[in-house]
Design a protein around this ligand. Structure first.
Ligand code: URA
Length: 424
């Protein structure tokens, strides 16, 4: 007979868990037989002692089996999904999903709401008047057949063990563990039923993984898990030491995504959108497709309008704007030399763009607009950031988050590439 205490003790003592132990503990935890305090102890033992590749594979498989797996065969096209490990200003899903769908490839994007300093894709989309994120499975498949792309909330039936465990990890300081992150992300993604998955693994101050080596290990682990389950999985490691684009905050980011779909927008957002689209299209058997052209000629924008309308949104309705704004100015002439992504994320969050507890409402118009980014010239007194909020008492704490976390100097810095590595 397997017991929770035996499994915890084995992992505590550095032993490798057997498949039978893992299957039992995930199943018993999902059913409520293993208590939260026991799972917390096990998560901490995994956090401290790590897990072998076979354990990570068995853990992921057990979490997939804890719920349903979507059957996307009725869509009738190759289905390719993208997952980002989360970063500041990461609005890439918004232009990317319609862009890839404009090539007759289906893109099921089951996304989340934000917690902490990184924003959630659904919070961004829900700033569009009328937009609905909670669709049932039948509507998801119908929209994939009709439009080719859907961005909606994951249902509770997909990997329910992960839903429970992730909430527990969040309050027990056991999130930042490669085996636990990899199995958490991949169990949900594999259960979504896509044929291929492209991972955007972020590296830098605004990401879970601050070092390239850790990010490489996480990406390699996830790529192996996907492939072991017959899903073509590839990963790009991308820079998250600076915020992505010029905005962090829900409606502000939607506006920027629309600029990209109109053929403009910040160069880093365009570069990453096109790089990820290339990977997704190659995984779907379209290696020669030209996503940059589909942004320029309006095909991606047509798809975006169809996607928004299919989910009840008004593509032409004005986006919400915050009631109050304030700017933060440079103190001396020079160039913007640095800007910490994490600090910008925290400032946007404090202005009301994010939540501190699950289920809290967010302000659609709140966030940070970067008026002068790294490498640009500024004059003393010229605004570098514009802060947006409906609740002006939040300005002080947002300013504090940015204080000392950006700078100017006499020389413009070198900016490296956004894509740091590729694992396939
Ligand atoms: N996102 C997830 O879904 N799970 C993790 O563990 C970390 C990020």
């Amino acid at each position: 007979m397997i017991t929770a205490v035996d499994v915890i003790r084995a992992k505590r003592d550095g032993l490798e868990l057997t498949r039978a132990q893992i299957d039992w503990v995930i199943d018993a935890y999902t059913r409520g037989e293993v208590a939260d305090e026991q799972m917390s102890a096990l998560a901490m033992a995994i956090f401290l002692n790590g897990a072998a590749p076979a354990e990570i594979a068995d853990w992921t498989a057990a979490m997939i089996r804890s719920g349903i797996t979507l059957d996307l065969t009725p869509v009738g096209r190759r289905c390719v999904d993208k997952h980002s490990t989360g970063g500041v200003g990461d609005k890439i899903t918004l232009p990317l999903a319609p862009l890839v769908a404009s090539f007759d490839v289906a893109v099921p994007q089951l996304s989340g709401r934000g917690l902490g300093h990184t924003g959630g894709t659904l919070d961004k989309l829900e700033s569009i008047p009328g937009f609905e994120a909670d669709l049932g499975e039948t509507r998801v498949i119908e929209q994939l057949r009709q439009v080719g792309a859907v961005v909606c909330a994951a249902t509770g039936d997909l990997a329910p063990a992960d839903r429970k465990l992730y909430a527990l990890r969040d309050v027990t300081a056991t999130v930042e563990s490669i085996p636990l992150i990899a199995s958490s992300i991949m169990s949900k993604k594999i259960a979504e039923g896509a044929d291929a998955i492209v991972l955007d693994v972020k590296v830098g101050s605004g990401a879970f993984m601050t070092e390239l080596d850790q990010a490489r290990e996480l990406a390699g682990t996830m790529v192996r898990l996907g492939r072991d389950h017959g899903v073509d999985t590839r990963a790009l490691l991308t820079d998250m030491s600076l915020p992505l684009g010029r905005t962090a905050g829900n409606a502000l980011e939607v506006r920027e995504a629309i600029e990209v779909l109109e053929g403009g927008g910040p160069s880093d957002v365009v570069e990453l959108t096109v790089a990820l689209a290339h990977e997704m299209l190659a995984a779907a058997g379209e290696p020669d497709a030209d996503p940059a052209e589909a942004l320029r000629d309006g095909r991606a924008m047509d798809k975006w309008r169809k996607l928004v309308a299919a989910q009840g949104g008004s593509p032409d309705a004005p986006l919400p704007i915050a009631r109050e704004t304030e700017t933060l100015a440079a103190e001396a002439d020079g160039f913007v030399t640095g800007m910490d992504a994490y600090a910008v994320g925290v400032a946007a969050w404090r202005l009301g763009a994010g939540r501190t507890r699950q289920g809290q409402p967010v302000q659609a118009g709140a966030g940070v607009e970067i008026l002068k980014t790294v490498g640009q010239q500024v004059r003393a007194g010229e605004p570098v950031f514009r802060l947006h909020t409906d609740t002006p008492e939040r300005f002080t704490s947002a300013r504090e988050a940015l204080d000392g976390r950006w700078g100017t100097g006499a020389e413009p810095p070198e900016r490296g590439p956004i894509v740091l590595d590729r694992i396939a």
